[in-house]
Design a protein around this ligand. Sequence first.
Ligand code: PLP
Length: 318
Amino acid sequence: MEPLDRSTIWPYRDGRPGDFYYQRFAHPTGAEAERVLGELDGGEALLFPSGSAAITALVLAELEPGRTIALAEGAYYGTGELFHLLEGWGLRFVEFDQTGPPPAGADLVWLEAPSNPFLTMPNLEAAAAHPGRVVVDSTAATPVYLRPLEHGADYALHSATKYLGGHDDLLLGAVVCRDQDAAARLRELRGRTGMVAPPDSAWLLLRSLKTLRARVERQSATASELAGRLQAHGTVDRVRYPGFGGMLSFDVRGDASRVERSLRTIANATSLGGVDSVLESRRRWEGDRVPENLLRLSVGLEDADELWADLEQALSKA
Ligand code: PLP
């Protein structure tokens, strides 16, 4: 493994700063994690201390007051809440159906692949034809299933807290840029604002990226199997699953809160993308934006039959 270097300063060479001189601007563990992630997504990667910090930095680097973001309807609710907060600084945002073309006049088109927790996929071709810059939050797809820059997006964005980290033990975000000038602008903003990912988390990410493909392919196979079984279950109304990845959501006929509290193997917890399965009702966070009995399941690496047995017994309590 790449050594973990927690230094905040490195000596100048012959009186001149080298690649690393002050941790806020760059550090070797972060640079190595960015190199690996950049290769996976086919662009220039920059790490941030969380997915939300990555979103904030990208919006601040891209837009001035008065500019408009077109956000995919049903995307991670925290992204909409964050844009709402940034309206106080003069940004505007509108929501649109990402399965169709983005609205005219938007300066930045914000897609999510697939959306969390509605699991819709964006129309990448329609977005690429739009004059605005295009961001794809591909947290749930991961570079294993989607490389947005190859589909005309300007940026791929990740909450690396999820699948990239994969073990529920690190909080990180990443923006992968197609254009080097855009990456330089973002790097400057990151250094000046100090939105810097810590070396410890970057090191954990490097560890995790070695197993990314193996983890998400297995999670995807299990999620696909469970989506089919849930669809056929009498207590389940509707299953949302895009056909790949480890996240799905479904509506329960009955009391979803009783189902989540009856689980034994699957943890009743938030987040997604870890090696341990988690399930929660999203109503507690998102209010009436989601159906009352919508449950989101993030499938881990447990045995599919073991997970199904737990879901079946919990569904019987609905
Ligand atoms: N994007 C998506 C799709 C998410 O699901 C999340 C978190 O749930 C975020 C961004 C924000 O990431 P973080 O929690 O690392 O700030």
